[in-house]
Write a protein that binds this ligand. Structure first.
Ligand SMILES: [Zn+2]
Length: 128
């Protein structure tokens, strides 16, 4: 079994400990189910939620991602389409938030788990 890099594991939403088990139960665009997180890693069994409501802190990361998205979008619109009305900025940013919401939600949780989950990579991690 080849060793997966941390970056690839983050992009794929994998467990920080084994980098094999998925954090989420369903795909990002299975609307209505994309928020479901496994309680434990399906491969190594480590608990993803350290305490009840552990992932509530990920809303700060979600906020930071949203602000970054707004700034980049505004900069692109300003650079390539200036002058345009403020309505164009609003429509573009609101559309992006709606379309990218599942990804923003998931990556905020993935980043939060990698930063605050206190899980170290262990190539030999198994369920038993
Ligand atoms: Zn795992």
């Amino acid at each position: 079994m080849s060793e997966k890099s941390k970056i690839v594991a983050i992009i794929q939403g994998k467990c920080p400990q084994c980098r094999e088990g998925s954090l989420f139960q369903f795909g990002a665009y299975q609307l209505g189910r994309f928020t479901k997180v496994h309680k434990n890693c399906p491969k190594c069994g480590v608990a993803f939620e350290k305490e009840p409501r552990f992932f509530d802190g990920s809303m700060y990361i979600s906020y930071a991602l949203s602000v970054g998205l707004f700034l980049i979008s505004a900069l692109i619109i300003y650079t390539f389409f200036h002058p345009v009305s403020e309505d164009i900025y609003m429509i573009a940013i609101i559309s992006e938030v709606i379309v990218l919401y599942p990804l923003m939600f998931r990556y905020s949780r993935i980043f939060y788990l990698y930063i605050f989950g206190d899980l170290k990579y262990n190539a030999n991690a198994t369920k038993d």
